[in-house]
Design a protein around this ligand. Structure first.
Ligand code: F6R
Length: 611
């Protein structure tokens, strides 16, 4: 949700900042802007994508070795040139970029307006930089102190970078609730919302903590907390490789990420399962094994696709570890005074590790004494740093806004947690564990095979690309897969789609079925197979078109369905990992055929750092 990048050093800042903005564009693409300081402070900004900003400045000499840039996902103020960041103080000397929300901006703005401040935008961010200016004017303090005092009075979340026309060698960066990484070079520093704009220049990074302010000069870095105490920075080595951030010959990141799943699932299991020994090893949560043995309840909190993964986790953990599981929308959980105690284990699932609602839910659970685990993809993100323990998904950077490989990696980790807990609690036999882990080990090959249905899926997509609605049905752990299939289709193709438990259809949604309604049914040969067949008949009897996801070689469903997509046979616990693949491809091809921007669907952002 908004990407920010900054540079101070000996090179030209513009190429670094603009490239960084392209990398961060997944975080928002309502507008983009840049501030550069050479002899004077110059701001260039434009509604639209980063490429629109590039065209806007193409004939301008973009000089300056101090610079910062912003790509916006609009919250306060419509997407427009005037609401684009960077924003400036009234005297035009200070400039700011911001990711987050200043919640008390209205009160601050009122006070500033009464003092004669004039605002050029509708944003909360502009209020903050005027507030800093106002403190400087009132107190005569230097910029560093004025920023610190302003941040002490701000309510809300922020990652900000500030530049001053009077300080040609200084970037001030601060965070609270929104991510910020500092890249440490030789005679140069970088700041960004994540490490992707930094990785090609340096692998040494510092993750700024909440309530820290960094004063960054080309040869000096000073980090203080908001109370003005100096902090000792902890420099980490990045694991990220530059190639992971490229499309690698695919037309879109989303397609690349769909095809990466055999590898990402494999990476997620590597070193964690020992099929022959029937052993699961999860180093990240090992210390909490006793807790898992005696746990009475697990609560999973997440949003969107990650919430769907949580639902799959519920089936698996309850089935194998026999622990009651509740899966909650993080945004609802935190606002309804939930009953949580130190006996509970709360697991947050988040690809980005930055989702504001999920973080807030975790903070609440932590306050109430629960043990908290994270299942996250981005190493070093805020959620993993907040949790007591966790298991990374290791899917690699996911850049397409619609989540694909992160979902299957999350489901893989939850499968491992289910088996690990079952093993510790003695709710699964050793021989069953050997059998399941052996099959789990083969899932990457089965996913590879499922991807071979691509051409068939292209045909089906071309048949239904003009539909206005679509239903997705599944039972058991295929129900969350249906939800995920519907979410993928709606978010990237803008076709209205709903996921339902197949048996629920007759309690309402069946009224929607007519000859214009495609119905995607996950009908693999597992425990609810016969029941799903009855649901298929119910749809057929009302003229609906069935697209069935079936187990390889199933001729019974083939005889009933209008279209079938075969997936390789697998044991029931692993169906979500394989059945999700054709649904991702169906959404992808449908969206491409409808001319949609699949990697950057409208109104969305990859990392939702506002509540
Ligand atoms: C959908 C999608 C979103 C995210 C949700 C949570 O394709 O990507 O629904 O799953 O915004 O994000 P994370 O997992 O980063 O917490």
């Amino acid at each position: 949700m908004c990407g920010i990048v900054g540079y101070v050093g000996y090179r030209d800042a513009y190429p670094i900042v603009i490239k960084g903005l392209h990398r961060l564009e997944y975080r928002g693409y309502d507008s983009a802007g840049i501030a550069l300081l050479d002899e004077e402070l110059k701001i260039y900004k434009k509604a639209g994508k980063v490429s629109d900003l590039e065209s806007h400045v193409k004939d301008i000499d973009m000089v300056g070795s101090l610079g910062m840039g912003h790509t916006r996902w609009a919250t306060h103020g419509a997407p427009s040139d005037r609401n684009s960041h960077p924003h400036q103080s009234g005297n035009r000397k200070l400039s700011i970029i911001h990711n987050g929300i200043i919640e008390n901006y209205a009160v601050l703005k009122e006070t500033l307006l009464a003092k004669g401040h004039v605002f050029m935008s509708d944003t909360d961010t502009e209020v903050l930089i005027h507030f800093v200016e106002d403190i400087q004017q009132e107190t005569g303090l230097d910029l560093q102190d004025a920023v610190r005092i302003a941040l002490n009075k701000v309510v809300g979340a922020y990652a900000i970078v500030i530049m001053s026309a009077d300080e040609p060698d200084l970037l001030i960066a601060a965070r609270k609730g929104s991510p910020m990484v500092i890249g440490v070079g030789e005679g140069e520093y970088f700041v960004a919302s994540d490490a992707t704009p930094i990785v090609e220049y340096t692998k040494n990074v510092i993750y700024l903590n909440d309530n820290e302010i960094a004063y960054i000069r080309r040869n000096d870095l000073l980090i203080k907390n908001i109370d003005n105490t100096v902090q000792a920075p902890y420099i980490q080595r990045l694991e990220l490789q530059l190639e992971m951030l490229e499309k690698g010959g695919f037309e879109h990141f989303m397609l690349k990420e769909i095809y990466e799943q055999p590898r990402s699932i494999h990476d997620c299991m590597r070193g964690r399962i020992y099929p022959q020994e029937g052993k699961v090893q999860l180093g990240g949560i090992k210390e909490y094994t006793e807790k898992l043995k005696n746990i009475d309840r697990i609560i999973i909190v997440a949003c969107g696709t990650s919430w769907h993964a949580g639902l799959v986790g519920e089936y698996l953990i309850e089935e194998y570890a026999r622990v009651p599981v509740e899966v909650e929308y993080a945004s609802e959980f935190r606002y309804r005074n939930p009953i949580i105690s130190e006996k509970d284990l709360v697991i947050a699932i988040s690809q980005s590790g930055e989702t504001a609602d999920t973080m807030a839910a975790l903070e609440l659970a932590k306050e109430k004494g629960a043990t908290i685990f994270g299942v996250c993809n981005v190493v070093g993100a805020s959620i993993p740093r907040l949790t007591h323990a966790g298991v990374y998904t290791h899917a690699g950077p996911e850049i397409g806004v619609a989540s694909t490989k992160a979902f299957t990696a999350q489901v893989t980790v939850l499968t491992l947690i289910a088996f690990y807990t079952a093993q510790q609690r003695g709710t699964i036999t050793q021989s069953k564990l050997v059998e399941y882990l052996t099959q789990l080990n083969d899932i990457p090959q089965l996913v590879e095979k499922a991807l071979k249905a691509n051409d068939r899926i292209v045909e089906i997509a071309s048949e239904f690309k003009n539909s206005s609605n679509c239903l997705f049905l599944g039972r058991g752990s295929s129900f969350p897969v249906a939800l995920e299939g519907a979410l993928k289709l709606k978010e990237i193709s803008y076709i209205h789609a709903e996921g339902y438990p197949a048996a629920e259809m007759k309690h309402g949604p069946i009224a929607l079925i007519d000859e214009n309604m495609p119905v995607v049914v996950i009908a693999t040969k597992h425990s609810s197979y016969e029941k799903v067949i009855s649901n298929i008949q119910e749809v057929k009897a009302r003229g609906g078109h069935i697209i069935a996801i079936v187990t390889e070689g199933d001729n019974d469903v083939r005889a009933m369905a209008d279209y079938v997509i075969e997936i390789p046979e697998t044991a029931e616990p692993f169906v979500p990992l394989v059945a999700t693949i054709p649904l991702q491809l169906l959404a992808y091809h449908t969206a491409v055929m409808r001319g949609c921007n699949v990697d950057q669907p409208r109104n969305l952002a990859k990392s939702v750092t506002v509540e």
